[in-house]
Design a protein around this ligand. Structure first.
Ligand SMILES: Nc1ncnc2c1ncn2[C@@H]1O[C@H](COP(=O)(O)OP(=O)(O)OP(=O)(O)O)[C@@H](O)[C@H]1O
Length: 242
């Protein structure tokens, strides 16, 4: 069974002449332990699709199911609970709370997912250790590099042991070295069996995926299984130079 599925998914903005079909009839299945990358030109609907899949936004039509359970028509309360307990989000702009330390940012998510304060702190410290930031646990985000902030954001996304992590341009604000750090972190999560959906413009990130979906004008127009998961393979596929 797929962890995450979409059927005939649609999202339109505006009316009449100005109507934009941001997502226009997407069918999708993400299976347990899979990493799925989504690429496509700017404005083709990648972020909108990710938001619909994570219950951050509601579709105009079609269905989304998480672990076999419909979420597109769930009540606001149920959706909020699903976002706290079942889905982990990673955004391009990190979205950390600036007044909280790294460990507090992660801990807060674990608390909101229902852990006791002690268990939340323990989980947060374990996760920061896992992402290589044990020594930065007490730092504020402003004292961390971009790559370190994104690693805190990944730790936060994992704090509720989510069914799926949804990442939207996770390396979009990072330099090349920090991108490689985050890339390694996603590879590590993949090896641990975490289900991941990553929207990216970066072929190196997409190359870590099991499947690459290409979107255009709100639709998935191509699907490629990446067997070896090498950047070279994907580079060749995308017609890029190495
Ligand atoms: N809140 C909104 N109101 C109106 N139009 C929107 C809204 N959000 C997105 N759109 C439009 O929907 C389309 C898809 O946007 P989306 O952000 O999903 O694209 P994207 O593929 O993620 O782009 P990028 O790679 O630039 O982030 C675009 O035409 C965009 O202008």
């Amino acid at each position: 069974m797929s962890v995450l599925s979409a059927r005939g998914l649609q999202k339109a903005y505006g009316d009449g002449e100005g109507r934009v079909r941001a997502v226009d009839g997407v069918d999708l299945d993400v299976f347990a332990g899979e990493t799925v990358a989504i690429m496509g030109p700017s404005g083709c609907g990648k972020s909108t699709l990710l938001h619909l899949l994570g219950g951050l936004d509601r579709p105009s039509g079609g269905e989304v199911s998480l672990n076999g359970r419909r979420i597109d028509n769930a009540s606001e309360n149920v959706l909020a609970k699903i976002r706290r307990t079942d889905v982990g989000f990673v955004f391009q702009a990190f979205h950390l709370l600036e007044e909280l330390t790294a460990v507090e940012n992660v801990e807060l998510s674990a608390l909101m997912a229902g852990r006791s304060p002690r268990a939340a702190r323990r989980r947060a410290l374990e996760l920061l250790d896992q992402v290589g930031l044990a020594e930065r646990a007490q730092f504020l985000p402003s004292a961390l590099s971009g790559g370190q902030r994104q690693r805190v954001a990944v730790a936060r996304a994992l704090s509720n042991e989510p069914l799926v992590v949804l990442a939207d341009e996770p390396t979009g604000n990072l330099d090349s070295a920090a991108t490689m750090d985050v890339l390694q972190l996603f590879e590590q999560l993949h090896e641990q069996g975490q289900t991941l959906v990553i929207v990216t413009h970066d072929a190196r990130i997409a190359a870590t995926a099991d499947r690459l979906l290409t979107m255009r004008d709100g639709a998935v127009v191509d699907e490629t299984r990446l067997t070896g998961g090498t950047t070279g393979q994907l580079g060749a596929l995308l017609g890029l130079e190495d």
